[in-house]
Design a protein around this ligand. Structure first.
Ligand code: NAD
Length: 338
């Protein structure tokens, strides 16, 4: 054993046999393992279906008691638009859990382009663990959420994870995710006949007044029931600002005159993380509209929004895992600048 601490970063959605072999390699070479559980409290969808608590439960249940004692699970949030903020959080959490003289080993498997983050830790030694059979979380989730026969996924996960996933199928959350998966599959199928993969353009409005942000509850899939910014697809004949103001009015009924809204645009930014939407490549133009203080204007849900309401900025963090796609990160981007 030549390291004090091993670090393993992953989403483990769900924890499978390949992940198990990473843990075995890590604990073979280090006394302790810090398992950094990524995408903590991010938007719920079929890519990130299970909460950090559920994932920790699955992982611990699958490991022998001796390994569990040497394991510390540390949730880490994504910072979709800043690797530096994400790296700072990883560094901070590892520093807090280690002593200055500890020898640290990063363990991982360079799977594909998405594994680029494994090269961002020059301060630690790195062990590249080979692929353990052809087990992939994406394939497991696809089979599981399409309602496929157990034989298509169950043999790839430890017994305890299989039991968790079997019970989970009885929950309302599973049914919701299953419907989301069907919707996304149908949507992608519709566009599969296009000669090139389409790139969609949407707009979003971040309307802020007196420490509150205007949000809606989605009436439609994807993300039915989740909290979102008012926004939607751009029409063929309109400018981006026009589209944003139209969607804002349709979804929230905000009765502030158009010239006031236009004059209150304080910032705009393009949010283009390639994986930000499961619908495909969706690039959104978001606008910050900063209204003057006073009584919050009345709003009501309409069109794709079941409900519109003003949310205190502090509540965003309490509800961040109920937000749609990257909308919390869009709000954060703007409010950190006001
Ligand atoms: P994952 O659960 O897919 O994989 C975890 C580890 O297991 C990886 O090293 C992977 O290569 C390995 N692995 C997977 N299948 C294997 C197999 N069959 N055999 C052996 N090894 C196997 O997790 P991930 O998606 O790679 O996790 C990265 C986390 O870091 C995510 O939460 C991501 O959002 C986060 N991240 C965030 C930012 C940011 O916010 N700016 C940047 C980079 C990464």
């Amino acid at each position: 054993m030549n390291y004090d601490v091993a670090v393993l970063i992953g989403r483990f959605q769900p924890f499978h046999a390949g992940h198990c072999s990473l843990i075995a390699s890590a604990l073979d070479r280090a006394d302790r393992l810090l398992l950094l559980l990524g995408s903590h409290r991010c938007a719920p969808d079929t890519r990130n279906p299970w909460s950090s608590e559920e994932r920790e439960r699955m992982i611990r249940a699958a490991l022998p008691a001796d390994w569990q004692r040497r394991l510390e699970v540390i949730p880490i949030r994504d910072h979709l638009y800043s690797d530096n903020l994400w790296l700072a959080e990883v560094q901070q959490k590892v520093l807090a859990a280690t002593d200055e003289e500890d020898r640290v080993l990063l363990v991982g498997h360079r799977k594909d382009r998405s594994s680029y983050y494994l090269d961002l830790f020059p301060q630690w030694d790195f062990q590249d663990v080979p692929l353990n059979s052809d087990v992939h979380s994406t394939a497991i989730r696809q089979a599981y959420f399409s309602g496929a026969d157990d034989s298509q996924w169950a043999s790839h996960v430890p017994e305890a994870v299989r039991a968790f996933l079997t019970d989970y199928r009885e929950t309302g959350r599973y049914r919701w995710l299953r419907q989301e998966a069907d919707y996304i599959a149908g949507y992608r199928q519709l566009w599969s006949v296009a000669p090139y993969p389409p790139t969609f353009v949407t707009t979003d409005a971040v309307v802020v007044q007196s420490g509150h942000v205007l949000v809606v509850r989605r009436r439609v899939r994807p993300g039915q029931g989740l909290i979102a910014l008012p926004g939607g697809y751009l029409n063929q004949q309109e400018m981006v600002v026009e589209g944003m103001l139209r969607e804002l009015r349709e979804e929230t009924g905000l009765k502030v005159p158009k010239p006031v809204l236009e004059g209150s645009i304080a910032d705009r930014h393009v949010f283009d993380a390639p994986g930000r939407s499961q619908r495909g490549r969706v690039i959104t133009h978001a606008f910050l509209i900063q209204l003057k203080g006073g009584v919050l204007p009345s709003v009501r849900g309409g069109d794709d929004a079941e409900k519109a309401f003003w949310m205190p900025l502090a509540d965003i963090y309490a509800h961040e895992d109920s937000f749609f796609e990257d909308h919390v990160q869009i709000i954060q981007h703007f409010i950190s600048r006001i």
